[in-house]
Design a protein around this ligand. Structure first.
Ligand code: HEC
Ligand code: HEC
Length: 476
């Protein structure tokens, strides 16, 4: 696996110059400014003081969507002091941190085994998600350990709000008085509130990178980019392992906010929303089914419309929801029949332990770039989008297709103890019973999948395959 990484790494690092040139200065300036303010904050506050970070990230996202562009030119920006620094200084500082953050992201020497980089599980060619079809990636000291969960794509995380038990958003339903319930936070269970706090987990987890602050600091000091690192963070960054480790986390966070890599909004669907592309008949039908409250009803959780402020859709409302994903019996932890990954109520997450109403809930992931994945749901149980959409359409009409059948009886919701079943979602398409007609038939499932494929970044209007379908439907 590490050979892959070094390959990717070389290729990516060599692109750096080109990428830098490609940056749209004006949009990035505000993004960087926000990131920098966060970075400055992070130094003074605790690791988890993330609410501000999320807000700043949101501001950054808006700026990148160019909806709320306030900065008019780099020159005028340079005159505005921000947290004691001019924007030009902030720009320069973020540029240095981004460059070093990228090196760190691809560096397997930070791991205990020396073989695993962030990019091993979050591959740039796969929307920063897993490059293979394993349910759970391999890691740890011997590269054979497995955790509980599928590696998510880490694009489009910039707008994830800090975790809250009661979420009120004027964009959702247009009514701020609606309590959308538990929402936000990073990881499948929402247990972390910022990317710099997050990065500590894979670096130190025994089944992922299996390292520690001392080893990470030593690796950075010995790395070819050690000088670059000192240049970005100042003379004293190598004074203590703790200072070095914190700087590593910060550089990774800043890198993960690079707009053109992590939130380019360059899918066919984005082009369609902008009136610059047409969906095929199948894609358009899939979109309708996705939005139709009586059919897929997908958009009720995976938002597909622009927000009221014009921001592009995130394809998630960031809500934590229980949808009763079947138990993945291939996972080592699940060999113990008493073990359950209950999401927000534990055992990975500990602060909501004993809160029964949080058992079985996981954060709704974005569906942007989902077609680049080969593994779906928190436990990686499915490996094709058809299977996922079929689960939605038939979970309640044909449960025997998804859950084990023992002595003629379907063991429905086999990954959630019965006492938590009240937490399960029963909105359409989950509002049916055996014998009812499924919410969607096989041809409709195919069309939803065709639509999901329009959410992949990097759409090129002139690519030949885009003209292959004769049945073009206009966006108007
Ligand atoms: C062995 C595979 C593996 C490696 C290596 C790895 N990750 Fe992850 N990453 C995961 C898994 C699995 C999760 C989900 C964990 C959970 O929900 O409990 C995750 C979650 C994340 C998230 C949160 C995503 C979300 O949707 O909330 C971020 C950000 C992230 N990783 C960044 C990193 C960074 C930065 C590194 C390197 C320091 C890294 N990862 C290394 C597997 C990996
Ligand atoms: C009630 C809210 C809700 C509705 C409605 C909903 N989803 Fe989801 N979706 C979720 C949640 C929550 C998850 C993560 C569940 C888990 O892993 O336990 C998810 C996960 C997924 C995934 C896996 C993504 C990944 O990265 O692993 C896909 C694909 C998906 N949904 C597509 C759809 C489609 C298509 C529809 C409509 C047919 C739909 N969803 C309807 C909440 C919802």
């Amino acid at each position: 696996m590490w050979r892959d990484v070094t390959g990717i790494r070389k290729e990516w690092l060599s692109k750096e110059g080109a990428q830098r040139a490609g940056w749209i200065g004006v949009a990035c300036l505000s993004v960087m400014l926000s990131v920098m303010l966060v970075a400055c904050d992070a130094r003074g506050t605790s690791e988890d003081g993330a609410a501000g970070s999320t807000k700043a990230a949101a501001a950054a996202a808006n700026a990148s969507g160019a909806q709320t562009q306030k900065v008019s030119s780099a020159d005028s920006a340079a005159a505005v002091p921000a947290g004691g620094q001019t924007r030009a200084q902030v720009f320069e500082s973020v540029r240095k941190m981004t460059a070093v953050g990228k090196q760190l992201f691809f560096d397997p020497s930070l791991s205990g085994s020396g073989k695993l980089a962030c990019a091993s599980c979050h591959s740039p060619q796969h929307a920063f998600g897993p490059p293979n079809a394993l349910s759970v990636q391999l890691g740890g000291h011997d590269m054979r350990q497995q955790g509980l969960r599928a590696a998510p794509n880490i694009k489009y995380l910039q707008n994830v709000p800090a975790f809250t038990e009661h979420y009120h958003d004027s964009d959702d339903e247009g009514d701020e008085s609606v309590d959308a319930g538990p929402t936000g936070g990073l990881m499948w269970d929402g247990r972390v509130n910022s990317a710099h706090a997050q990065a500590r987990f894979p670096l130190t987890s025994s089944f992922e990178m299996g390292s520690n602050p001392r080893k990470v600091a030593a690796a950075v000091k010995a790395a070819p980019y050690a000088d670059q690192f000192r240049y970005a963070f100042g003379q004293h960054v190598f004074d203590s392992d703790d200072a070095t480790f914190k700087a590593v986390l910060q550089a990774l966070e800043v890198f993960e906010q690079t707009p053109e890599l992590f939130y380019p909004y360059s899918s066919k669907y984005d082009a369609y929303l902008a009136g610059k592309a047409q969906l095929t008949k199948a894609e358009m039908h899939g979109l309708q089914l996705f939005n139709d409250e009586k059919k897929g009803n997908c958009a009720s959780c995976h938002l597909s419309q622009r927000a009221l402020d014009g921001a592009p859709p995130a394809f998630t409302d960031f809500g934590l929801i229980a949808i009763g994903v079947p138990r993945n019996r291939a996972l080592p932890a699940n060999r113990d029949s008493h073990f359950y990954d209950l999401g927000a109520c534990g055992p990975e997450r500990t602060d909501l332990k004993g809160r029964d109403e949080y058992c079985g809930i996981f954060r709704t992931p974005t569906l942007r770039n989902v077609a680049l994945r080969k593994t779906f749901f928190h436990n990686g149980i499915y490996h094709s989008l058809e299977d996922v959409v079929r689960f939605y359409a038939q979970r309640d009409t044909n449960p025997e297709k998804f859950y084990p059948v023992v002595k003629g009886k379907v063991q429905k919701f086999d990954d959630l103890p019965k006492k938590y079943w009240a937490n399960l979602n029963t909105d359409p398409p989950f509002d049916r019973k055996p014998g009812d007609k499924p919410a969607m038939d096989e041809s409709e499932i195919k069309d939803v999948v065709a639509f999901l494929k329009t959410l992949t970044d990097g759409y090129q209007p002139d690519a030949p395959e885009q003209h292959a379908d004769a049945h073009i439907v206009s966006s108007k």
